[in-house]
Ligand binder design. Structure first.
Ligand code: NAG
Ligand code: NAG
Ligand code: NAG
Length: 475
């Protein structure tokens, strides 16, 4: 199908253009109501945990800068606004483990810990410092496990629980306070290195035991620790650091965590309930007063793919456009974080766990990254507002008001044919506003298209190819 945006732009009032090709396209109107407000947005992000950050550290210029721009640039890349770092718990950096700042514990919980800071944190510190340079303000530090010496199984891998939470007693004593102090130390080391950690989590997939760093916990056990961590952060002048919990493997588990933390009286001490989407997908808003973040998901099975649309597969960019849209628009998420931003070819079976494949000194960009880029106009602090399209089965739409007053509209053409998509902010005249629009499909990556303004000045329209995602920014 021919793409028509340039031609369209030359028409002053395309709506009345008589027998043109455009007028034969079906058209959809998105009506935004900025007075109807929903959740606040914290942002979109990725992780470079398990030493993947080093892949960028080790890239030569100019490719290193190119990859950094793809990740962080808000006008030419994905414009990610959240970096999720793994807090290492392993005794060393064998395999792809993340090493801990406390490789050896004191002999008792009240002993003086001997912290060891290598100034690298598996490459994550450098990648975070670069994010700061691009203006990123949200840094999410997430431990997969406590150091092994604080756990029932004496190992940071293979499950086990934190000594001292309900149902987990250890001969060596109660390590809750020591673990809270350790997390504070990690946050302080980052702050001293110019990276303000804004959110912290102390569990990852606590419903799963793995051969790498993993620690079991229920929501009730998590609440036991939250009651120690919150005052410890506050005592250390870290009141603004939010606690997130609990990174369950799926949305059903997250509901359970939310319920248990609330009944244990700890919900007021946390910032967001966090969930992954592996074992159950997001199917509507979580029932909780806290914010909700989706903090890790990817296609772990498919072969490496850079397609926008091939067959609707789990790694397709178009699939990801719909996945992120579903979380933000249908489930009131405040953040959507992909799994690995970058990964090499050798580890992890050459699959779609990553947005960018780094292979030695070369890199390859998937369309999944461009699906996230379509959301880059929704900046941290935005509030989602009501949006409806004439036919939601043909065109999905969502809208957000940014803190600078600009309105960001995201839409997905679910049909296979091109459609004319118009945006209207109630009866407001767009006269003094600047309207920009971009779309991604098999051929374009956030390709800018000129919007045509209707003769009455209320509607900005572009032609959008079949199965494309389009974003409008009305400033
Ligand atoms: C983003 O990319 C554009 C185009 O390459 C460049 O001009 C701009 O400086 C970049 N922004 C930052 C913050 O580096
Ligand atoms: C507490 O943190 C704030 C920033 O959040 C900083 O400006 C202030 O200097 C800190 N105070 C102390 C005593 O560390
Ligand atoms: C989530 O959004 C829906 C509308 O999309 C709204 O009805 C509901 O109140 C919101 N829920 C929360 C918890 O914000």
């Amino acid at each position: 199908m021919l793409s028509l945006p340039l031609h369209l732009a030359t028409l002053a009032t395309f709506a009345i253009a008589a027998p043109s090709l455009e007028s034969r396209q079906s058209s959809q109107l998105i009506t935004v109501d900025t007075t109807q407000k929903f959740q606040k947005v914290d942002g979109f992000g990725f992780s470079a945990a398990f030493q993947r950050a080093n892949l960028v550290v080790n890239l030569a210029q100019p490719k290193q800068s190119e990859v950094l721009n793809l990740l962080y640039n808000t006008t030419h890349g994905a414009g990610f606004s959240i970096v999720r770092n793994g807090i290492g718990s392993s005794v060393d950096s064998r395999n792809d483990w993340m090493n801990s700042i406390l490789p050896v514990c004191p002999s008792s919980p009240s002993g003086t810990p001997n912290y060891v800071w290598d100034g690298k944190d598996s490459g994550q510190l450098w990648l975070s410092q670069k994010a700061v340079e691009f203006g990123v303000k949200t840094f999410y530090a997430n431990a997969w496990s406590a150091p092994g010496c604080m756990k029932t199984n004496g190992n940071d891998a293979n499950g086990g629980s934190l000594c001292g939470v309900s149902g987990a007693t250890c001969a060596s004593g109660d390590w809750k306070q020591a673990y809270a102090n350790y997390l504070v130390k990690y946050i302080q080391l980052y702050i001293q290195s110019g990276v303000p950690i804004t959110h912290v989590a102390f569990l990852n997939e606590p419903d799963l035991t793995t051969s790498y760093a993993s620690m079991r916990s229920s929501g009730t056990q998590a609440a036991d620790f939250i009651k120690v961590l919150r005052p410890t952060l506050d005592r250390n002048n870290l009141t603004s650091v939010g606690i997130n919990c609990c990174e369950g493997t799926g949305w059903n588990i997250a509901s359970q965590h939310a319920r248990e933390i609330a009944s244990a009286g700890a919900l007021g001490s946390i910032y967001a309930i966090t969930s992954h989407e592996y074992t159950s997908r997001i199917n509507g808003p979580l029932s909780t007063r806290a914010r909700a973040w989706q903090t890790e998901y990817s296609d772990l099975d498919g072969r490496w793919s850079t397609a926008w649309y091939s067959n609707g597969g789990a790694g397709d960019g178009f699939t990801w456009a719909n996945t992120v849209f579903n979380g933000m628009v249908n489930a009131n998420l405040s953040a959507y974080i992909f799994w690995e931003g970058i990964q090499d070819r050798a580890t992890n079976n050459n699959n779609n766990e990553k947005l960018i494949l780094i292979d030695g000194q070369n890199y390859f960009v998937s369309k999944r990254l461009w699906a996230f880029a379509q959301f880059r106009i929704v900046r941290p602090g935005a509030v989602r507002v009501a949006a409806s399209s004439s036919s939601s089965s043909q065109l999905k739409s969502g809208a957000f008001v940014n803190t600078d007053g600009s309105v960001a509209v995201v839409a997905i053409n679910s049909g296979t044919a091109a459609q004319t998509v118009g945006v209207k902010l109630g009866a407001e005249t767009l006269g003094d506003r600047v309207v920009k629009a971009w779309y991604t499909d098999n051929s374009k990556d956030m390709g800018e298209v000129q919007a045509a303004i209707s003769s009455d000045g209320t509607t900005a329209s572009v032609s959008v190819p079949g199965r494309a995602m389009v974003s409008f920014l009305v400033k």
